[in-house]
Design a protein around this ligand. Sequence first.
Ligand SMILES: [Zn+2]
Length: 297
Amino acid sequence: MELAIIVIKSYVLIGYALSVVSLLIMAELIDIKEHKFVTEFFNQSLTKDHLARSYLLTGRDLGSKHQLVKQMNMVLNCSANKDLVLRAACGTCQSCRWIELATHPRTPIYLRPDAESKTHVIKVDQIRELQGELSQSSEFFRIVIIEDASSAVLNPNSSAALLKTIEEAREGTLFMLFAESRSSVLSTIVSRSQVLALNNNSDKEFTEAARELSDELREFFGSNNASSRLAQLMKAEEISSRENKDLVGALQILQNDFSNSADLAQADLVLQYEKAISSLKSSVRPQLVLAELFLLS
Ligand SMILES: [Zn+2]
């Protein structure tokens, strides 16, 4: 009998030691391929306890989006991280293991068009059902995943119901919406979500739209208009609705121009553009980033 207790105690101790070791190893979210800024962004949000209620992850890399959400799910639900002081999951507790094996009974919740539905639309009834589920108290942090949040799947009716659900959701609920591009999603959803772009290397080649936008900006900065604060703000507002990757691309093209210029006065601008590009990538509101940048240009 006593031996059994000693054996159990040593197992508990070994388990505890293992979880401490793994806590030290998993100090924060692990970078996902080339999407380092996104993991860094979430590390900071977790540290500052500044999580938004709803995120829209854009780009074609579905695998990376799932990896990211899985890590978030682990960190937010890990029993060794109850007060969320860490940006880490132990990887060994019941909750972590459930999430690892995709067998967690309460999270994540997938919201998808009904398999039998011919329309491939998420229906308002499904969202009401979700709302009912989320209104129940839970000891777990609930992550709702919508793998296709495009307007074809989340139409105006279902979007309205979803926005209400997001607004009324209890603490400890996080909505993760996926879409290929920001422009494929209804603007009401975009405006209430923090948008993060997970671009692939192939996306880094400048789009036609990015090139056109960089030409447009060169023309603007070359005109007399560019020195007027009002004109700068209007230009920032006007182009801020463009696709994030086109904005980033256009700024990168202009930044290249400055880098190649022999004018030393441009060196400062290169840094300002770098800062603006990284802000846009971390989904700071484009209007703010551009208005600040144009004032300096
Ligand atoms: Zn854990």
